[in-house]
Design a protein around this ligand. Structure first.
Ligand code: NAD
Length: 569
């Protein structure tokens, strides 16, 4: 007989059991087609002969019993056959919906290869076409028309032990703007990476989209758009809705961390400011981006020498990413070098759509003011570079080619090893390419970008561009927070994570210009970084579990591994 857990869970969505932290016993498992349709426990052709007999699967599967490795070879060749990366994204999604273990086995076997398919850059295209490629809805959609009922709707989710939510309102998806409910591709993809890159158990995670409408006219006129066909709600009504969501999560999923993702900066910044001291939450666009940039800068300093406080950074873009990075750099200078915060902030300058942000500009937001220093106005980015002579430029503007030849040559003129970080995503929005940065600086640039670039050959030397991908940070943070059940996520944890990532870059990596650990080592690197972050969580008294004697073993024990369960049948 099946347990109540399964009898109430016949919906064709993944993660369908109430208690997910332990393997259900034989008597708890569904039988026959229901088991084959259960993505968490389905093994497909890998069910053993005994399991096939016990679970009523004989005849429902072809005779040959396969290993997960054999299944992976087939899946890989099917994915190769697809004509586009979007096709591969859809194909991978289908595997996820049939067999989560196989999906994560594929991803974890070669994260560097699969990451661009399940996340950037392909996920951007997926979000733009979400209504068209949708097969089986995943995660939770909370429409603003359901205001007042959020607790009830969260309770509709069949799993009660949720530890990690990634939530978006779809307003600023990557560099692609408002994608409305199609933004759901981001929480889904991001949570896949929490698992693939750091072993956060997928069954404890939940992707959520707050559907508050969209101002994207293309979507509003698209008959296949899946969200509310209305203009975005803003102002008090918006903030009240998010507030209801945040507090409903505390009640329905106590101990759950909320990761805000791809909100417009006008919402992202106040939401983080409001909730960071009250609940366990963080914003990856602000804090994760900041930490990965900081990790890159720690890596740069190992090449260029000098201290962080001796640098001057000019940011192209003064939104959530830019101000978040500037803020964490300032905090790291305070923490490591003991400068007063005011002084530390003077190392960071912002440049936005209206030019250099200076103290006398009257069109800037509160969160930009700490970096608005006294200076004459500068309308073009190149002019600002000449005037300030920064040691590093960081692009978070979403404007392709903003780091043009004049800008990059100026950086090379003022610096022996100019730091050039075009961080805007996707690739088409990058402020410059790796080739441009290396060519126009005669190979002297210390380079990292938001989207991946292939190695560049110049004058017989091969340069390996680092990707300042938040994936070095957020999965590690997620693992540490989940393992320790952290109460809050202060910025010090991000500084610690950045240090831990930078420490793992070898001299051989630095010699090729690589300032992040190679992507192929992402799992090991994330687990090591998570262990360092967990250490600080315990030190600061933020953990809600007892500190174990052996922290490494404790973290290892928490990891999800993409292996099939076997039942004693
Ligand atoms: P945002 O919309 O909050 O900010 C964009 C900023 O760019 C604004 O300050 C705007 O004024 C400025 N801008 C627009 N046009 C400009 C121009 N012509 N010249 C100078 N500035 C201009 O966006 P955000 O969240 O800060 O993200 C910005 C970019 O950073 C996105 O492309 C995003 O994908 C990328 N990003 C990358 C990473 C990463 O790779 N690790 C992480 C987060 C964000």
């Amino acid at each position: 007989m099946q347990s109540d857990v399964f009898s109430t869970c016949s919906e064709p969505i993944s993660r369908l059991v109430e208690v997910m932290s332990k393997l259900p016993g034989v008597s708890d498992l569904p039988h026959g087609c229901e088991l084959l349709n259960h993505p968490l426990y389905n093994k497909g052709t890998a069910f053993t002969e005994k399991e096939r007999e016990a679970f009523g699967l004989v005849g429902l599967l072809p005779e040959r019993v396969e290993t997960i490795e054999e299944q992976a070879v087939r899946a890989e060749s099917q994915l190769r056959e697809k004509r586009s990366d979007l096709g591969r994204y859809v194909g991978l999604n289908a595997i996820f919906n049939q067999n989560e273990t196989l999906f994560f086995h594929l991803l974890m076997s070669d994260p560097a290869r699969y990451m661009p398919l399940v996340y950037t850059p392909t996920v951007g295209e997926a979000c733009q076409n979400f209504g068209h490629i949708l097969r089986r809805p995943e995660g939770l959609y909370l429409g603003i028309n359901r205001k007042g009922r959020i607790k009830e709707i969260l309770s509709n989710w069949p799993v009660k032990d949720i530890r990690f939510i990634v939530v978006t309102d779809g307003e600023r998806i990557l560099g692609l703007g408002d994608q409305g409910a199609g933004g759901m591709g981001i929480p889904i993809g991001k949570l896949n990476l929490y698992t693939a890159c750091a072993g956060v158990p997928p069954q404890l995670t939940l992707p959520i989209t707050l559907d508050v409408g969209t101002n994207n006219q293309g979507l509003l006129h698209d008959p296949q758009y899946i969200g509310l066909k209305q203009a975005r709600v803003s102002g008090d009504a918006y903030f009240e809705f998010v507030d209801e969501f945040v507090w409903a999560v505390q009640e329905v999923f106590p101990g759950c961390c909320i990761q805000f993702e791809d909100f417009a900066n006008t919402h992202a910044v106040p939401l983080l400011a409001k909730y960071r001291e009250q609940v366990c939450c963080y914003n990856d666009d602000i804090q994760g981006t900041a930490a990965v940039a900081l990790a890159g800068l720690f890596g740069c300093l190992r090449i260029t020498g000098g201290k962080l406080s001796e640098q001057k950074f000019l940011f192209a873009g003064a939104g959530s990413a830019g101000t978040g990075i500037a803020d964490l750099i300032s905090q790291a200078i305070v923490a490591h070098e003991g400068l007063p915060l005011e002084e530390a902030r003077k190392r960071c300058w912002l440049f936005d759509v209206n030019g250099l942000i200076t103290a006398d500009r009257d069109d800037i937001a509160d969160f930009q003011k700490p970096f608005a220093h006294a200076h004459a106005p500068k309308a073009s980015f190149a002019e600002a570079v000449h005037a300030l002579q920064p040691t590093g430029i960081i692009g978070v503007s979403t404007v392709p080619k903003l780091f043009n030849e004049e800008v990059i040559r100026a950086m090379a003129q003022y610096n022996e090893r100019p730091i050039i970080f075009p961080y805007s995503n996707p690739t088409s929005h990058s402020e410059c390419t790796a080739e441009e940065a290396y060519t126009w600086t005669e190979g002297r640039a210390v380079f990292a970008s938001g989207s991946p670039f292939a190695p560049v050959s110049l004058d017989g030397k091969v340069f390996v561009p680092g990707q300042g991908n938040n994936v070095y940070i957020f999965p590690a943070m997620g693992l540490a927070i989940y393992a320790t059940q952290a109460k809050r996520v202060p910025d010090e944890l991000f500084i610690r994570c950045a240090e831990a990532v930078a420490e793992q870059v070898t001299q051989a990596d630095l010699d090729t210009g690589l300032i992040y650990p190679p992507m192929k080592n992402i799992f090991t690197s994330s687990v090591k970084a998570a262990t360092k972050v967990a250490e600080l969580i315990f030190e600061k008294g933020l953990a809600q579990v007892e500190r174990p004697d052996d922290l490494d073993a404790f973290i290892q024990d928490k990891l999800f591994r993409p292996e099939y369960p076997s039942w004693d049948v």
